[in-house]
Design a binder for this molecule. Structure first.
Ligand code: TXA
Ligand code: MG
Length: 323
């Protein structure tokens, strides 16, 4: 296929997605983080379908995906200057900002909060789709509630099964874990969910220190509930694989390593990155968990990531998968 035909094919797929969304149907969309389950953010009818398809509790708000920075002011007000700097610097990209919502944003989207999460995703198909629509898209990750986020079209089908919608196929997601979520509490800037945009990178842009908040009694971001992002198989997180192997002797084990090892612990052994590159680890993490979940294992023993900027977000997701 030459480039021209390929573009023509993509136009057709985007048109199809647009048609469905305009009729209040759901469409799974590719982003740079994970696949999202999208609906017209301005139609309650459409938004309700997301909660049904995912079996998502109504108290878990949705992120509104915008076509550009300028559309921020259509959905949010009293936007802090730090939020504008972060948007200018990181959008389109894997950063969600929690802002005071405009009153026309439905309470179904915001789960009755006075805030709304917004981001401009960085994927050419989805950006083109957003630009062709006259409404933004709400899109949680396109998985059944609490399951692993999808990074490939087939994961969407596997996780949502008969609830799976049309999938706009944008290939494998490049980032692999969900966006960093940043909120503003008085003068404080707070990270509710760690992601590939690190605390340090955020602090450098706003020239101010930022706090990472986890495990609240009443989480500001339900994504920070302890159990989340989980495979069906029990997962154990460790920095000592050998010791853990002894503990689970006799069971059908899978081992998930950060980087290539000379040791063969079990035949069900998977490596997230040959060289241990953490960007590659993030990109492959959910995909390997989907693969391992199909093997009918008793336990997955997963190695912790080294503690570095990307390592925090990876360990965060593994810890939730393990709880
Ligand atoms: O990378 C991503 O953010 C992906 C892609 C598809 O954009 N989306 C995603 O959505 O991860 P979801 O719904 O799976 O996770 C969004 C998180 C949830 O934990 C939700 O509670 C939190 O964002 N959230 C959304 N709106 C919020 C608000 N107004 N206040 C606090 N937390 C909010
Ligand atoms: Mg999710």
């Amino acid at each position: 296929m030459d480039k021209c035909e390929e573009m023509g094919g993509m136009e057709y797929l985007i048109k199809k997605a647009k048609g469905l969304l305009e009729q209040d149907e759901l469409v799974a969309i590719p982003t740079e983080t994970v696949y999202g389950l999208a609906a017209n953010a301005f139609s309650n009818e459409a938004v309700k379908k997301i909660f049904e398809a995912k079996k998502r509790p109504a108290n878990n708000p949705l992120i509104v995906h915008l076509k550009s920075i300028n559309s921020m002011d259509d959905v949010a007000e009293s936007i802090p200057i730090e939020a504008r700097w972060l948007a200018l610097y990181f959008w389109p990209g894997p950063l969600t900002l929690i802002l005071r919502k405009k009153q026309h944003i439905s309470n179904i989207v915001s789960a009755d909060l006075q805030t709304v999460g917004v981001r401009v995703p960085n994927h050419p198909l989805t950006l083109q789709l957003l630009k062709s629509l006259d409404f933004p898209l709400v899109a949680p990750s396109a998985n059944r509630s609490n399951h692993i986020s999808p990074t490939k079209p087939e994961h969407v089908i596997e996780s949502l099964q008969d609830q799976a919608p049309y999938v706009l196929d944008g290939g494998e997601c490049k980032g692999g874990i969900e966006s960093t979520i940043v909120g503003f509490e008085g003068d404080e800037v707070v990270i509710y969910r760690e992601g590939l945009i690190s605390k340090t990178a955020i602090e450098e842009v706003i020239e101010k220190s930022v706090t990472v908040v986890k495990e609240q009694a009443q989480p500001a971001a339900p994504g920070s509930f302890k159990k989340h992002y989980s495979p069906k198989t029990r997962l154990v997180l460790t920095d000592d694989i050998e010791n853990s192997l002894d503990r689970y002797e006799g069971l059908k084990l899978g081992v998930l390593l950060m980087k290539q090892s000379n040791k063969m612990y079990t035949k069900n052994q998977f490596t997230l990155s040959e060289s241990g590159d953490l960007k590659e680890v993030a990109r492959n993490l959910y995909s390997k968990l989907y693969d391992m979940d199909r093997l009918d294992l008793d336990v997955i023993i997963a190695e912790k990531a080294e503690l570095s900027e990307e390592g925090y977000a990876i360990n965060d997701r593994l810890t939730r998968a393990a709880s």
